[in-house]
Design a binder for this molecule. Sequence first.
Ligand SMILES: [Zn+2]
Length: 308
Amino acid sequence: MEISRKTFLHRVAAGAFGYALGAPLLSAFAEEAPKPGVKFVDGEQVLPAVPATKSELTGGGPTRFARNGGPGFGRRIAFTFDDGPHPKNTPRVLDILKERNITATFFMIGGNVAHFPDVAKKVAEAGHEIGNHSMTHPQLNRLPAEKVEWEIGQTQENIIQATGVTPVWFRPPYGAFRTDQGPIPAARGLGVVWWTVDPRDWAEPGIPKVTDAILKGTVPGSIILTHDIHKPTVDALPAILDELLARGFEFTNVSGFLGSPYGGPPGTVPPGITPAAPYPPAAIPGAPAAPAAVPAAPEAPVAEPVKA
Ligand SMILES: [Zn+2]
């Protein structure tokens, strides 16, 4: 089925539980900027990147916060794809990765998982790690706890239902997350991870600019942020990956760098945190129902925790 990007976003917006987004956001890391008046967006406005403070990376009580793989990782880097799954572009990414035997991490929007559970399942079956990226892509730092809890908890459930995989890493949309909100993802066994290389591909600045930003910015330990919902990103991907491979980089996923955030199997919560109850497998009105029975899928590979 042919589906345009506009149609895709419209479908998502039509069903999303959006919240009014207006004022510019200054977050620890600017990912995509919200378009005022639109409930679900993939970003159109450039915001300045603001370096994270030490407390932003280490605060939040027992919650694990991470920005990169850190030193001591040899030539390893982690490629990440946010905001999918997308019915057309995500399968293309899977093919490109498979041709090169590369593993990656996909931070999925729970609403999109509800619309395209089969695509989410294909990502998991290909052996890639799946992360939690909220239900509707809001600025979570501005929402009350119960809405943040739903954004993360419902997404977690949608991913589990569609793929059989329990995510262990959460990436906040726009990087907008407060350290005092950390216990919410931690109660579902999720660590919070940002990124180190941002080519701003969501603005579709052109293949040369996206390619340059990634190739210039990538060093050992980098976590590279891209978006599998954007066709130009996918078009740029083969040459980018081939050059990184030629430079001797080795691809891992986020857990390949950072391990299990709390040292156990998926769902393990840190000491002092009460595990949150699962959400029912409901999602966006009008979206295809999640499969009643999910065949066993391989868990995301989780490496031993590595001291950074
Ligand atoms: Zn995003």
